[in-house]
Design a protein around this ligand. Structure first.
Ligand code: HEM
Length: 408
């Protein structure tokens, strides 16, 4: 039995959930001929797969090896050489080494210290918005907030944020796998070259004048015991910058989009915006209901059997985080947005296992600060498009624009 599911179909890009529900129900280990990958959609299977040593997170080098002698081969080889140093694309023991050093630098304390700064940035962004004004929420808010915050955390000067955003977007065409841009390897490799130069200089300057930033933590962690090479250090900074940016944008935009579609929930949020416990849970539910994660891809390092089907060594598997988040065996009435859901935080939007998102506390903090401030200043957010323009990434779910009208 094969269920027809085309992840590239325009209606799937707008709303993947009905098709994924069918797969989860009828064919939980599904070979997808369009993507030439196995699709896993049940919650328990996905959590187990995240911990299964037969599944490798290194999906970069097999691709690079296969493509480096073809069209755009030099660009692909350059991208591979540097991006293969990112923790997220490594398995233990190298992952343990890279992640351990990032953990030392990226502490909950450092993130929590930013709470007041984040509130200040949010207030600045919305200060001039007027009653009845039309804005692109993506461009005016969801995009600049995480970029400004990650720059603050890394210690990158605010005047350089524009470059960093541009480079991150270009790199996303490779890392988040744009389906349509034919020029994506050249564009992404060009951006990565500029980022490598930029961070090389930046890290040298911080080494001369160290402070209390995440980057200083990375430098000192890498100078002690289990060292990072200069390339690994630069790659880890770029990973943090990159990962801290686009996904959080999507949490803010998708989150507001979900609230607009559920006015009763929006009003509940507004009424309880000063209740920290309510707000924290509401953000977990926004992450679960229509968060920024579509899939976490893996490669079978060994044959992997599930529900009577076998993924052969070398084949790709996509763990559909967003399908797990709507699994009715875990979440009652899963297609309903319920900001008071008692187990909302069991979502797998940040992944699971050793690669669990290192930036989860920061992404959560930004949303926990942003939504209450937006709801305090504005009584309504009116969508100006019937359907939103969703990006064509395989990995992350987000809009490319979000035109709305504001009501004070
Ligand atoms: C709502 C926002 C975010 C979402 C939905 C998200 C999602 C994810 C997911 C699903 C993974 C696991 C990938 C896998 O297993 O293949 C991951 C890993 C990672 N994330 Fe996030 N992320 C977010 C925000 C951030 C932020 C703000 C940062 C940094 C400032 C960050 C840094 C990272 C890093 C470094 C990893 C790799 C961890 C490892 O491999 O050990 N993320 N993220």
């Amino acid at each position: 039995m094969t269920t027809a599911f085309n992840p590239n179909a325009p209606e799937t890009i707008v709303n993947p959930y009905p098709g994924l529900a069918e797969l989860r129900e009828r064919e939980p280990m599904h070979w997808n001929p369009v993507s030439r990958a196995w699709f896993i959609t049940r919650y328990d299977d996905i959590r187990a797969a995240f911990r299964d040593k037969r599944l490798s997170a290194d999906r970069i080098m097999p691709f690079v090896e296969a493509q480096k002698h073809g069209k755009d081969g030099d660009e692909i080889a350059y991208l591979g050489e540097h991006i293969s140093l990112w923790a997220v694309f490594n398995d233990p023991p190298r992952h343990t080494h890279l992640r351990g050093l990032m953990n030392k630098a990226f502490t909950t304390r450092r993130v929590e210290q930013l709470r007041a700064d984040v509130a200040g940035i949010v207030e600045d962004l919305v200060r001039d918005w007027e009653d009845g004004q039309e804005i692109d929420f993506h461009k005016a808010f969801a995009y600049p907030l995480p970029a400004t915050v990650i720059a603050l955390l890394l210690g990158v000067p605010q005047q350089d944020v524009e470059h960093l955003k541009r480079w991150s977007d270009a790199l996303a065409q490779f890392v988040l796998t744009s389906k349509t841009n034919e020029d994506k390897y050249r564009v992404a490799a060009g951006a990565l070259r500029e980022m490598n130069d930029y961070f090389g200089d930046f890290l040298a300057a911080r080494r001369r004048n160290p402070g209390e930033l995440v980057t200083d933590g990375l430098i000192s962690a890498s100078d002690e015991g289990d060292r990072l090479t200069a390339e690994e250090l630069t790659a880890s900074c770029i990973l943090l910058l990159f990962a801290g940016h686009e996904t959080t944008t999507q949490l803010l935009a998708n989150g507001l989009n979900s609230l607009i579609a559920h006015p009763d929930q929006m009003e509940d949020f507004r009424a309880n915006r000063d209740d920290r416990k309510f707000v924290d849970n509401a953000v977990e539910e926004l992450l679960r209901f229509d968060g920024p994660s579509l899939t976490s891809p893996r490669i079978a390092a060994d044959d992997f059997e599930l529900h009577g089907q076998t993924a052969r060594a070398g084949q790709r598997l996509w763990l559909w985080n967003c399908a797990a988040n709507r699994d009715p065996s875990v979440f009652e009435n899963p297609d309903r947005l319920d900001l008071r859901r008692s187990n909302a935080d069991r979502h797998v939007t940040f992944g699971f296992g050793v690669h669990f998102c290192i930036g989860a506390p920061l992404a959560r903090l930004e949303a926990q600060v942003a939504f209450p401030i937006l709801l305090k200043h504005f009584s309504g957010f009116e969508r100006l498009n019937e359907t939103q323009a969703w990006s064509d990434s395989y990995v992350s779910r987000g809009m490319t624009t979000m035109p709305i009208r504001l009501h004070r």
